[in-house]
Design a protein around this ligand. Structure first.
Ligand code: A3P
Length: 332
């Protein structure tokens, strides 16, 4: 373990601040911290694991999916696993997603006592005998894996050491903030232990006021956008994946230096189509919620929920925050 000082400081939100929030969070996220620099909002449980994440050594061959929540993390995780483990494609039908790729944030988003965790704990105890659950299951499982790892996280790059960008290949997926907000609204509303008071307008307001876990949305986007030409960073839009998945798989193929053939990429596209991922989720659900995690998977669902006033407000918020970035989203 390194003794280097962590680059982040944490301040816990007061009861008063929490009581003003319109989202009563799931058990694992009841206490929150704000991180400096960046003002990033994270569950309190992260603090204990911050050192472990910071010291985690990425290796060459690792592929990391980095996203703001609800931007296509699981989809990209499956695409990258399928591409980097093409000879084992059939295993996607038999094994669970969390057994293939490592979603780091599970370690602090969900209390390890939750029943969602039990199959993972069993795998953890088998693969990491003597390991402590509260030191992060995903972290330790990933550490113990000597193969080619696919890691998913919403944590900004600054929470990791330099090996993230110098050793691994990072794929950043951005989704337009309107649809990410809608997806987040449904996700929060349908998770069994979260209450969203005030319906969709309250979710949208919380989103724009940086009250969502992992917010601020723009800070998240900016750190990756600035590095979009870095040789180990590939920036992709959810909307582009939806519009022409084969074109995007072709770019990923080049970025990862994989040399998969057209018919192999077609098989990856098929195995990771929305319909197929949803179908597999019926048998091995990714998370406990009403309805499927794979909800709609479309671009433009925002227009089904937002009033013209809310839409105009969101447009102003987007224009203000993106004016110096030169980033253009598609909304339909
Ligand atoms: P919706 O709620 O709009 O349907 P994340 O994995 O970052 O949490 O993102 C979840 C969103 O990605 C959900 O959006 C989900 O349906 C969508 N998604 C997951 N798999 C997908 C796929 N194969 N194709 C398109 N969208 C997908």
């Amino acid at each position: 373990m390194s003794s280097q000082e962590l680059p982040t400081k944490f301040e816990e939100l007061s009861e008063e601040e929490l009581s003003k929030m319109t989202i009563r969070r799931a058990t694992g996220e009841k206490r929150l911290v704000r991180c400096t620099p960046g003002g990033i909002l994270l569950p309190y449980a992260f603090v204990k694991l911050a050192r472990g994440f910071h010291d985690f050594q990425f290796r060459s061959g690792d592929v990391v999916v980095s996203t703001f929540p609800k931007s296509g993390t699981v989809w990209m995780g499956e695409i990258l696993w399928a591409m980097t483990h093409f000879d084992r494609l059939a295993a996607m039908d038999t094994s669970a997603i969390n057994g293939r790729s490592y979603f780091f944030d599970l370690d602090f988003l969900h209390p390890s006592s939750s029943s969602d965790y039990s199959p993972l704990i069993a795998a953890f105890q088998e693969k990491c005998p003597g390991g402590q659950v509260d030191e992060g299951i995903m972290l330790q499982l990933a550490n113990a894996d000597e193969g080619r790892r696919v890691i998913k996280t919403h944590l900004q790059f600054s929470f990791f050491n330099d090996s993230l960008l110098s050793k691994s290949k990072v794929v950043y997926v951005a989704r337009n903030p309107k649809d990410a907000c809608v997806s987040l609204h449904y996700f929060l509303s349908q998770k069994l232990d979260t209450v969203v008071e005030g319906g969709f307008p309250a979710t949208a307001e919380t989103f724009m006021k940086n009250g969502m876990t992992f917010a601020p949305y723009w800070g998240h986007l900016q750190q990756a956008w600035k590095l979009k030409d870095h040789p180990n960073v590939h920036f992709v839009f959810y909307e582009d994946l939806k519009a022409d998945v084969m074109a995007e798989l072709g770019k990923l193929n080049g970025f990862l230096g994989l040399d998969l053939k057209e018919d192999q990429l077609e098989k990856v596209a098929e195995a990771t189509s929305f319909e197929n991922m949803r179908k597999r989720d019926l048998e091995k659900p990714l998370t406990k919620m009403e309805g499927s995690f794979f909800r709609k998977g479309v671009v433009g669902d925002w227009k089904n929920l937002a009033t013209p006033e809310l839409d105009a407000q969101m447009d102003r918020w987007i224009a203000e925050n993106s004016k110096d970035m030169g980033i253009q989203f598609r909304y339909s």
